[in-house]
Design a protein around this ligand. Structure first.
Ligand code: 7TS
Length: 412
């Protein structure tokens, strides 16, 4: 698990650079992952050889680009084990996908007095759409408590999810606490009460095998850029019968069947939800990203990252004055690790780490209600991917110690 023996690292040219006179150690993968050279080449090749708008022309380039665009959809369908490829909607990202669910399914199904249930650890993308929907419809927004490790608490979920609940929406993996939430049980609970289960998969789909049929979730949202693909392209998965029953939210080209002067009929799935020219190169590149991830195997990626956590978490726990959030047990912690050094603002800590070449994120991580729940303002956060190594972990640990000494003594 050192840099030389990591067979994937060489595919990521961006990692091979010096910042602030130090070798870059990129540990901000929960924000966005780096892209392998193969994907960068594929995007260039598309624009060099095949670029044309999809579904519009009978000419050869249009056929080529449409074929690749739809082939990528099938790859993504298989990747999350969806039953049908028309259950895969291209969106701009997780945020866009969640907003579409709220504006389409939510607007159609939520009435005054209904309940929407989320949790305290949600990213703003899985909070504000529900909060605003509840405000607009005079519905009630309820928050499930977290247990002492930071997991969404199933006992509290049993109290909060009632027959009034229409939507339950929970992050599969937290972008702050590094916990994997019990989605399967939550989906069962939601269904027992006649509610739909929405899963924010932004941090889980890149990191572990995700099977929508096994989870029995009704919707899943995720982003291509957190799983080796380009920015601006994400996925909304929904069960076919639900998507068929939902109105489109954006109007324009592609999403129509017939337009008359005073009314319009909608296109079939998935295009009903894909108004306008989509991010064609992005979708095709995400298909290639899925190929790349499959060539490693999602089980292997999960296993590799678990080994990294086993290695780094005890070392971080051994640093005096370093507070680590989420489970103490490495077996329960994903490779998203948030921490604070006592007496130091996380931005100062992240700046100190940047001086050592280590890229981490600091801030509220778009989870202000979670920060409030934890009684803090912000944290620093290191997040690993399969191209990170034990050497990267050692550099992180040594750099935290060096930063601590610098701020305590003015010297390293
Ligand atoms: N949900 C979770 C759990 C996330 O971690 C993020 C992005 C989103 C939703 C939104 O994804 P987007 O692709 O639509 O922006 N999280 C982070 C993060 O933790 N740092 O930067 C982005």
């Amino acid at each position: 698990m050192d840099n030389k023996n990591n067979q994937w690292r060489k595919d990521f040219p961006i990692l091979d650079q010096v910042v602030n006179d130090e070798q870059l150690v990129y540990l901000d993968n929960a924000a966005t992952t780096q892209k392998p050279q193969q994907i960068i080449d594929d995007i260039m090749a598309f624009y060099q050889n095949d670029n044309a708008n999809v579904h519009r022309g009978v000419h050869t380039l249009a056929e080529r680009s449409t074929e690749q665009f739809e082939e990528a959809r099938s790859k993504i369908q298989q990747f999350i084990n969806a039953k049908h490829s028309d259950e895969i909607i291209y969106t701009k990202g997780t945020t866009d996908s969640l907003n579409i669910i709220a504006r389409s399914y939510g607007e159609q199904n939520i009435q005054a007095g209904d309940e929407i249930v989320i949790s305290y650890l949600e990213h703003h993308s899985n909070l504000i759409p529900w909060q605003q929907l509840a405000l607009k419809k005079h519905a009630t927004l309820k928050y499930i408590d977290l247990d002492e490790d930071g997991f969404v608490d199933l006992n509290d979920a049993k109290k909060k999810i009632t027959d009034k609940t229409k939507i339950v929406s929970i992050a599969h993996v937290s972008n702050v606490l590094g916990v994997i939430n019990p989605i399967k049980q939550l989906a069962k609970l939601a269904h027992q009460h006649g509610a739909v289960m929405v899963v924010d998969g932004a941090q889980s789909v890149p990191y572990m095998p995700v099977d929508v049929q096994d989870l029995d979730c009704d919707f899943l949202a995720f982003s291509g850029h957190k799983m080796l693909g380009p920015t601006g392209l994400g996925i909304l998965y929904g069960k076919e019968d639900l998507l068929n029953s939902m109105p489109p939210v954006d109007y324009g080209g592609e999403m129509i069947s017939f337009v008359h002067l005073f009314d319009t009929t909608w296109n079939d799935l998935p295009w009903k939800f894909e108004a306008g020219t989509p991010n064609i190169a992005g979708a095709i590149a995400l298909g290639h990203a899925v190929d790349y991830l499959n060539s490693i195997g999602m089980d292997k990626i999960l296993d590799y990252e678990n080994q990294l956590v086993d290695y780094v978490l005890p070392k971080l726990q051994a640093i005096d004055d370093l507070i680590i959030y989420g489970p103490r047990d490495p077996q329960k912690h994903t490779s998203v690790i948030s921490f604070n050094l006592k007496g130091l603002h996380p931005h100062d800590l992240a700046t100190g780490l940047d001086m050592e070449g280590v890229a981490v994120r600091a801030g509220h991580h778009c989870a202000q209600p979670l920060m409030e729940y934890l009684g803090i303002k912000a944290t620093a956060r290191a997040s690993f991917y399969f191209y990170n190594t034990k050497e990267d972990a050692d550099t992180l640990v040594n750099s935290i110690v060096a930063t601590k000494e610098f701020f305590q003594n003015g010297t390293i």
